[in-house]
Design a protein around this ligand. Sequence first.
Ligand SMILES: [Mn+2]
Length: 398
Amino acid sequence: MTITKKLYLIKNLKKAVERVMLAKKKNEKIAVWGDYDPDGTCGATILYEALEAIGFKNILLILPDNEKYGRGFTEPSISKVLKNKTKLLIAVDFGTTEFDQAKYFKKKGVDLIILDHHLTRKQLPQGILINVKQKGDRYPFKEFSGAGIALKFVQALGVACGKSNLWKQWLDLVTIAIVADRVERYSKKSENLSLLNQGFKVFNKTSRLGIKMLLRELHFKKLTRQNIYHPFKRSFVEALELWGSHRETSLFKIFTGTDKKELQVVAKKMVKVSDAIRKETLRVFHEAEQHLKKHPNDGFVFLQHESKLPTVTSRTAGLFKDMHAVPIFIVKTSKLDKRLLRGSARAPDGVNLVEVLDHCKKYLKNYGGHKPAAGFALYKENLNDFKGCLEKYFNQKI
Ligand SMILES: [Mn+2]
């Protein structure tokens, strides 16, 4: 099978390429909307730069502050899309389950292309959905990152424009996305593995100033499999993740900016932030390990910490589960309501956190999540009862 033929096994890919080519021919207003995280921003950057490379001008780029507005299609960005008289909107790394908003865009005369890798539900959104996990998709590999799906789309766009090698320049950003989203990259058949093999080479020749500055501030001569991500040490992806969406300089600007001085200042700050959060995470992690040592037969670990830094709770819980394969519950006082504790839970295979939290729900204010990862909140007065409930639950299981 030729590469192009294989590419078109992706459901709706041809339709989406044709829609973009029509937009180009008619000189329509076009918008790219990405998710805020490293994968989403890498995907949006790939698409934005590729559309520019094939001749689009004045593309509206939307990367909302996720902490402020939440995920998905949210206001005020929806209004921005409409005000701009956008005819074609392309969403990257989200959208598979944005049914109401997709319908709304259709009503408003905005055509929608969704490039996503999240699990599909029975219902599909209106518009052109490109997601290899959807029913009827015949592409053999299913574990792309969001940016990986964007790259497949850009590859097809390149073919349609007679520039079939165009996509290769974005292997630097896909490399980041694959590692940031922890998509499957170890099996021999994994396309992510071959993207990474090519990606490191492209990455280490990148002309992106922000990336170069960040490598320098991290004291990495080049990006390697060891320093792209490591749970206990400084790493490139960690610095991007911990920078987040709410900072004055977005990840998009870090990827595309040209002001060397500004990027150097930002890179310094990024390293400082990630060093501080890692240090805190490891401190709480060691506390959890001490707890496990003292109570090896509880079947779970419960811990309270009061670190001022963001994401320490969920990062510690994830790390602890990975290292010890023991369920863990970590809480800290809510910033908004001092009577309240907010918590993260992580569990290895064989433990269903939804079931655990259902079992103890009368002590919780709210909770949600999946089998391996969940969040919850409870009033401090219910803490002892909640812990007792967990003890009973895990006692029965042993
Ligand atoms: Mn993603």
